[in-house]
Design a binder for this molecule. Structure first.
Ligand code: NAD
Length: 254
């Protein structure tokens, strides 16, 4: 039975991913702040190390899959966004890579976002700091800018770059790694943006061509595919699962 660790397993997309993977025959090690096999706070370096140690203990050091779903939205404060959405993903990837390399046809998926394509995040100083692995400097830049939606877009852009940057090295270790970029999906995170007066109007008016937000299960099915043997030649990709939002906004960029 393949063993897959899933962060953010207690809610929304992560919970749906756990359900889909269990249905596909995986043993799932969920990681979250509560209601999970591994209880850990991914916003701090200590919490991330504790998560990695507990996953290694529960998997006996051999993992077949890893799905990084844990994240916070634009209604959180900027430094939590950077710490959870970027370092809470990249440190899990790095800390669990050796265990994945020992797994059977191992694969990992990072949950990015369509937000990564929006606000020219590549021009943000906080992105450079994240990619350099300098959490303190990234937090400093994010806090001094004070725009949580830019921190969110930047965290998702940077985490996508980090994942794609691993494509060559991870292929050598036999591990596939992809990014799923969801559009709007009905989860507590999305609801928090709709409830936030700073973002409610923009979120309500940014509707996908398919005319609705997605359901967590619709993202989970894409993740389950990427984690399966059917996706054996899919590696280093960014898969938009967004009801057509990216095609609507950037028809000539892909
Ligand atoms: P959600 O709030 O339902 O789930 C997020 C999960 O992450 C929760 O279980 C939460 O407890 C966990 N988490 C948050 N901070 C954590 C921490 N410090 N330590 C451990 N766990 C923590 O939200 P969701 O919409 O399912 O989000 C899942 C992922 O999808 C996120 O990375 C999010 O950025 C991304 N995403 C969501 C949407 C959307 O519209 N819902 C769109 C694009 C991308």
């Amino acid at each position: 039975m393949p063993i897959t660790a899933v962060s953010g397993s207690a809610s929304g997309i992560g919970a749906a991913v756990c359900q889909a993977l269990r249905a596909a025959g995986h043993r799932v090690i969920g990681i979250d702040r509560a209601d999970a096999e591994v209880i850990a706070d991914l916003s701090s370096a200590t919490g991330r190390q504790a998560a990695i140690s507990a996953v290694l203990e529960q998997s006996a050091g051999v993992l077949d899959g890893l799905v990084c779903c844990a994240g916070v939205g634009s209604s959180a404060v900027s430094d939590t966004i950077i710490s959870v959405n970027y370092f809470g993903v990249t440190e899990l990837l790095d800390g669990l890579a050796d265990a994945l390399a020992k797994g059977k046809q191992p694969a990992a998926t990072v949950i990015g976002s369509i937000a990564a394509t929006h606000t020219k995040p590549d021009q943000q100083a906080m992105v450079e700091a994240m990619l350099a692995g300098n959490e303190a400097l990234a937090l400093e830049h994010a806090n001094s800018l004070g725009l949580s939606h830019v921190a969110y877009a930047s965290s998702k852009y940077a985490v996508t770059c980090n994942a794609r940057g691993k494509a060559v090295a991870w292929a050598r270790q036999g591990i596939r790694l992809n990014v799923v970029a969801p559009g709007a999906v009905e989860t507590p995170l999305h609801q928090a943006s709709l409830n936030d007066p700073r973002f409610a109007k923009a979120v309500r008016e940014f509707v996908a061509p398919l005319g609705r937000a997605g359901h967590p299960q619709e993202i989970a099915q894409a993740v389950a595919f990427l984690q399966s043997e059917q996706a054996s030649f899919v590696h280093g990709s960014v898969m938009f699962v967004d009801g057509g939002m990216d095609a609507m906004v950037r028809p000539t960029r892909f």
